[in-house]
Each structure stands twice: as structure tokens, then as C-alpha cells.
Write a protein that binds this ligand. Structure first.
Ligand SMILES: Nc1ncnc2c1ncn2[C@@H]1O[C@H](COP(=O)(O)OP(=O)(O)OP(=O)(O)O)[C@@H](O)[C@H]1O
Ligand SMILES: [Mg+2]
Length: 412
């Protein structure tokens, strides 16, 4: 039975199989092998778009519901809450399942094979908490089954990356995979043996590029919408700080769709009515009313990447108000994100401790995952392993490459 390797990522997904011992990736988008893990329920056309098409529909202002970072919801009770979408009652497992079914159909159409089984990647830890972490895999398994697969096996994402990058190491070298993705950071310490790799330990934390976006949004954009601003009491002259939750949710990719509900909109209006700075809270009201949360998240992500690549960037907020924007530079990004990159580096060190090794023992450090392109992550992680040779694996396909190589043997 043919087995499809699937990297279901927080931000981007990919699928592939092995051909003559090399990974062969499925073209999931017109121009590439990976596709954004995003869906858009188009209310007018009455269909579900996925990948880049979903993002284009959102940015074009089509009427509908956009969702990204669905992987971050796995393991949470709301995965099983149903909502009405395009005339059907769907829970979030159904939505993930439909996304995976599209991936399966594309693979079958391109290869002519039928894929009844999948080898799926999974982060070492979806959540810090054990019960949620276990439930997340249960949820993801169910999504694969609802997508039409008869069975699914799981492999830790960084172990897949170790497989696809072992050629960088000489025999007996000690490698550390550093996979900093959209939702999680994952690490695998491995020794390159004569025939196979020997995994010494794997570990991970629930922190990734979407958390970078969140931190940047909270500190730079949300204050423009009234975060930290004073609200007058209805009676008397006292004031209090605007409640934090609504800003936290608006800055968090996977929570944005939940804000487009009457209770949040009412809260925003109440805050605006009593605000000491009404202009700021008026922006919050219009962002919730016009459903601009994801537009902001995309603007923050684009600003983050520009600041990382060019040294300076802008979070362009013209969708909210003419001329509105936030300038970002490398130093500012560094300052705001270094508490997160320090936690990533600590998790990398814990991976070594679990195997009884020291940072000096690591001979090769292999960076994969989109957020390993961030200078701040590279800096913090390379500093932690001063003796290691640093390699940059293929940021977005290292994991699916490894899953493709391992897929056919995963059920033997
Ligand atoms: N050039 C870049 N500079 C900085 N960050 C980038 C760049 N390109 C992509 N990213 C970030 O990489 C992240 C996505 O990386 P990746 O595709 O590896 O994650 P994922 O596999 O979907 O997530 P996970 O493995 O955590 O489930 C996003 O947060 C994105 O903003
Ligand atoms: Mg990934």
C-alpha cells in the first residue's frame, strides 16, 4: 500500500513520496511544493479555498471566513466545537480533514497512486502540558482518518529533518537539528552511523514564528488600537487599563476568527465610549467590525521578514487608517524577540542534557524551518553551540523530504 509523507505545518504544509531513494515532492501550488496552511470559506462562491488562494481571497476583501495556524488549536476542547459554514455543521477537525483531503487528492492526481496511509510529521511537543499534547495527536489522527486515509503513523518533525540532512555529516559526527517553524521549535540530537542515524534525543517547545508575530504585534501595533490605554469608569473620575484579552487574541493568528462575534464587538464599543483616548479604541471597533485582524497579522509578518532581510521594515497598517504604520528595525526586533529566542536556546540545551551530552559535543548544527531564517534565532542558537559547524538545510522542505524518505517503511 502506498504511503504519503505529509508535513502538516502551522504556517506551511507539504507532501511527498520517495522515488529511487530520493524525496519527490508533490506540487501543491502552481508555483511551489509547499502551500500555506490556510483555508477560506468563501460565502459568496460557497466553496472552501486553501493555500495561497485562501490568502488572496482574504486580502481582496471577499466575504467569508479565513483561518490560519489551525495546527495550534489541536488538543484544545474547541477543536470539537461545531459551527455553521457554507450550510454545514463543521468542527475544526473537519476543517483540518478537508485541508488534508485536498493534499491527498493532489498527490493522487499527480502520481496516479492511491494513498490509503500517511506518515505525518508532528512536533515533539504540541503543548507543554501532557494531556493536551496527547490529545493534539488524537485530534490530528482523527483529521487524517476523516480525510480518507485508513491509517496514519507519526514521526517527530526534527527526526525527519535529521534523515534528510544526514549527508552533511561524516560518520560518527554528532548533529543537532534546530527546526524553528511557525508554531513550534523542535530539536533532534543524532549521531551519523554507518548505515543509519542514531537518534539520541528529541525535544521541543511551543514557540515559533507566529509567536514572533504575536510579540511584535502586541508591542507595536496593539498600542495603536488602545492596548494599555486608560478607560473611564461609567461613574466617577477613576480609570482602569483596557482589558488585555481582546488585544492578546487579536495578535494571535489562530484566535482572530473567534473575535468576529457580537460579544467582542460590543466590548470594543463599550471601551471606545469610555476611552480616555477614543481615537485608538475607535480603531479597535472598526478592525473587529470590518474583520481586519488577519490583514494586521499579515502586515506584521511582512514587516518582521522585511526587517530581518533588509535591516529595516514597516508594518503597513493602511487597511486600518490612511498613513498608519510602524517602523521596525533589526535592533528593535532583536529586543522584542530575544526573550523568546532565549527560551528556544534553553530548549536546545535541554535536548542535550536529556542525552547526557554537552554543548561542546555537537559538531554540526543544522537549521531548518522558516523561522530559522530569522537572524535573532540564528544568533541565539549558534551562540549556544560554539564549536559546531553551522549548516542551513532547506528551510521549508527539510521535514517533508525526511517524511517522504521514511514513508514507505513506516508501517513495516
Ligand atoms: N525570510 C524569512 N525571515 C524570517 N521569517 C520567515 C521567513 N520566511 C518565513 N518565515 C517565518 O517562518 C514561519 C513558518 O515557517 P515553517 O513553514 O517552517 O513553519 P511550519 O512548518 O508551518 O510550522 P511548525 O513546524 O511550527 O508547525 C512563519 O512564522 C514565517 O513568518
Ligand atoms: Mg515545520
Amino acid at each position: 500500500m502506498a504511503v504519503l509523507g505529509v508535513d502538516f505545518g502551522t504556517s506551511n504544509s507539504a507532501a511527498g513520496v520517495a522515488r529511487s531513494g530520493a524525496p519527490h515532492l508533490i506540487a501543491l501550488e502552481a508555483d511551489g511544493q509547499t502551500l500555506p496552511t490556510a483555508v477560506f470559506f468563501d460565502f459568496e462562491a460557497k466553496k472552501m479555498l486553501i493555500g495561497s488562494a485562501a490568502g488572496r481571497a482574504l486580502l481582496a476583501g471577499e466575504e467569508g471566513r479565513y483561518m490560519r495556524a489551525l495546527k495550534s488549536l489541536l488538543g484544545a476542547p474547541l477543536m470539537r466545537e461545531q459551527r455553521n459554514l457554507l450550510g454545514e455543521k463543521l468542527d475544526f477537525i473537519d476543517i483540518v480533514a478537508r485541508f488534508l483531503a485536498r493534499v491527498r487528492e493532489a498527490a493522487q492526481a499527480q502520481t496516479g497512486e492511491t494513498y490509503d496511509r500517511a506518515l505525518s510529521g508532528r512536533p515533539v511537543r504540541f503543548h507543554a502540558e501532557d494531556a493536551r499534547n496527547a490529545q493534539a495527536e488524537v485530534d490530528l489522527r482523527e483529521a487524517y482518518l476523516r480525510a480518507g486515509f485508513e491509517d496514519v503513523a507519526f514521526m517527530y518533525e526534527p527526526e525527519a529533518a535529521a534523515l534528510s540532512n544526514r549527508a552533511l555529516l561524516q560518520r560518527d559526527d554528532l548533529g543537532l537539528i534546530v527546526d524553528i517553524g511557525g508554531g513550534t521549535s523542535d530539536f533532534t540530537l543524532f549521531r551519523n552511523g554507518a548505515k543509519a542515524i542514531d537518534i539520541l534525543s528529541s525535544y521541543g517547545v511551543r514557540l515559533g514564528g507566529t509567536d514572533f508575530d504575536r510579540a511584535l504585534s502586541l508591542e507595536t501595533v496593539m498600542p495603536l488600537l488602545g492596548r494599555g490605554s486608560q478607560i473611564r469608569h461609567a461613574f466617577g473620575s477613576d480609570t482602569h487599563v483596557a482589558p488585555a484579552t481582546i488585544f492578546n487574541d487579536l495578535a494571535t493568528w489562530q484566535k482572530i476568527p473567534f473575535l468576529y462575534a457580537p460579544d467582542s464587538r460590543r466590548l470594543a464599543k463599550d471601551l471606545a465610549q469610555y476611552a480616555v483616548e477614543p481615537d485608538k479604541l475607535a480603531r479597535l471597533v472598526s478592525v473587529l467590525g470590518d474583520e481586519l485582524g488577519h490583514d494586521i497579522a499579515f502586515a506584521v509578518e511582512a514587516g518582521k521578514i522585511a526587517a530581518n532581510v533588509d535591516g529595516t521594515g514597516e508594518i503597513d497598517l493602511r487597511v486600518i487608517e490612511r498613513g498608519l504604520g510602524v517602523a521596525l528595525d533589526e535592533a528593535g526586533v532583536d529586543r522584542l524577540l530575544s526573550p523568546l529566542t532565549q527560551q528556544m536556546a534553553a530548549a536546545a540545551r535541554d535536548t542535550l542534557t536529556a542525552a547526557g551530552k554537552n554543548p561542546e559535543d555537537v559538531t554540526h548544527l543544522v537549521f531548518v524551518g522558516g523561522s530559522s531564517l530569522m537572524q535573532v534565532t540564528r544568533g541565539a542558537l549558534s551562540q549556544a553551540f560554539p564549536h559546531a559547524q553551522v549548516h542551513h538545510g532547506s528551510a521549508l522542505t527539510a521535514i517533508v523530504d525526511g517524511l517522504s524518505l521514511a514513508a514507505q517503511d513506516a508501517f513495516n
